[in-house]
Design a protein around this ligand. Structure first.
Ligand code: ADP
Length: 455
């Protein structure tokens, strides 16, 4: 927190920090975490309000909704906002980014110059910047950290007080601990979210810290317990899948033997039943194989062969194979590219393609065309499988390639599955230094893509 002993912090720490910056014009870069927008707007209006009253130069780089709420609050406090410089955070961000990262020169040109010019007029400069939080929310953590650094570099050249704010829920993952610590390190002061910083007395704050410490300790113990359970569950799945595989293989062999026998004796009824039995054994075999693959991936034991082969021929083979399993759909290949040399595991890459074509068939029951395209792009080969089926709502797309994820809606009740195929496929593609993604519109169909580096 700040350098005062905790007992002396008897008034809300945040308002002290926000209002009292009289005296020297040293740079200050602090970060406010918040749980609710209303609290952010309160803090921000205190910060900017104090600046306007002190005739500081005030610069606000905020999202449109936050700007509107701030303006309303400042005006409600009868403050004249005409001298305040408002900039749209998204627009400024688009002007300073190159290849997913804020560029130092562009930052200097767009933001640095503005702040530096303002600070030379003998008036103190206060700025609020929300671009870092936008980058963080997009999952661009590296971009956010880089931008924090650019602000700190600017603070060496000219003096200003910078207020950054992040919603606390954007750090809710256990794995974000280091990044959270890094964000804090980039700031000269860190202001906790409202459940702590709005407490008025030091006694209340000490009690809150104690409660938080207890909460952190119990959550940590719970996480350890759950990880152990998760491990046990994974071990059980691995053993169960391997144990199921052996009798299944025998079952399949014997049912095929029986079918051949029935065919010889002309027992058509038995043949029909045995065919249905075979289909179910095949389905079971696929499910068990998926479980075996998942445990191999989790344990880092998925072995991939390294051979160089003609990818176009593989695509053609898989299309021919899958075509024989469907009486309802036609699988079209856009056109032949001629030989394409790929180095990797031919069987596993065939499995990827098989999986997404099989899904395309399963999830387009009212349509009959599936189109497979293979295109060379720079040093990559991009394969796509397009269907015109049920499609996928946008909110499901980010989780689609995670383990056991299935879209849960009324329509999906009719489709059996474990939600493992896409996870396994994307892991195989990743292990070949490729990527997998999807474009889809609910009700109109989906196109699954994966890229692979050319040999
Ligand atoms: P499974 O199909 O066994 O459930 P997958 O991992 O292959 O598992 O697919 C995960 C989920 O993605 C499916 O449950 C389905 O909701 C959705 N999905 C996959 N492919 C398609 C597709 N072509 N069209 C619509 N939804 C799809």
């Amino acid at each position: 927190m700040n350098d005062l002993p905790l007992a002396e912090v008897d008034k809300s720490f945040i308002s002290k920090l926000l209002i009292a910056q009289e005296g020297g014009h040293e740079s200050e870069h602090f970060v406010q975490f918040y749980e609710n927008d209303a609290f952010l707007i309160d803090s921000l209006s205190t910060f900017i309000g104090a600046g306007l009253r002190a005739k500081d130069v005030c610069i606000v780089i905020a999202t449109q909704p936050h700007k509107n709420n701030l303006v309303a609050k400042l005006q409600a406090n009868e403050l004249d906002i005409s001298s305040c410089i408002f900039l749209d955070a998204k627009t400024i961000l688009s002007q300073i980014m190159i290849d997913g990262l804020p560029d130092a020169q562009r930052f200097e040109k767009v933001v640095g110059k503005l702040v530096a010019d303002a600070s030379t007029k003998g008036r103190r400069v206060r700025a609020f910047g929300e671009m870092v939080a936008l980058l963080w929310a997009e999952g661009n953590e590296a971009g956010a950290l880089r931008l924090e650094q650019l602000w700190n570099d600017l603070a060496i050249k000219c003096s200003f007080i910078l207020f950054c704010a992040y919603p606390l829920n954007s750090f809710a993952k256990e794995t974000q601990l280091n990044e959270f610590a890094e964000i804090c390190l980039h700031h000269s002061r860190v202001v906790p979210a409202e459940s702590y910083s709005s407490l008025e007395s030091s006694d209340k704050q000490l009690r809150e810290i104690t409660l938080l410490q207890q909460k952190a300790a119990s959550l940590q113990a719970e996480v350890i317990k759950r990880k152990q359970l998760e491990k046990q569950k994974d071990e059980f799945l691995t053993i169960a899948a391997h144990e199921l595989k052996t009798p299944l293989t025998s079952l399949k062999a014997f049912s095929q033997l029986l079918k051949r026998h029935a065919s010889k004796t002309g027992d058509t009824k038995a043949m029909a039943y045995l065919q249905r039995m075979n289909d179910h054994v095949d389905r079971l075999d696929m499910l068990v194989s998926d479980l075996v693959d998942v445990s191999a991936i989790e344990e880092g034991k998925l072995k991939l062969a390294q051979t160089t082969f003609d990818y176009d021929a593989l695509v053609q083979d898989i299309i021919t194979d899958v075509q024989t399993t469907t009486g309802t759909h036609t699988i079209k290949k856009a056109r032949s590219n001629g030989p394409i040399s790929i180095t990797g595991d031919r069987f596993r890459l065939g499995q990827v393609l098989n999986n997404i074509i099989t899904n395309a068939i399963a999830y387009s029951p009212m349509q009959d065309i599936i189109t497979v395209r293979v295109k060379k792009k720079d040093k990559e080969i991009i394969t796509s499988v397009q269907d015109f089926g049920i499609g996928i709502a946008q909110e499901h797309i980010p989780q689609l390639f995670t383990k056991f994820y299935r879209v849960e809606d009324n329509e999906m009740e009719n489709y059996p599955g474990l939600g493992l195929g896409l996870y396994i496929a994307s892991e195989i593609v990743k292990r070949h230094q490729g990527n997998m993604w999807v474009e889809s519109i609910k009700g109109e169909g989906s196109t699954f893509y994966f890229s692979l580096p050319l040999s």
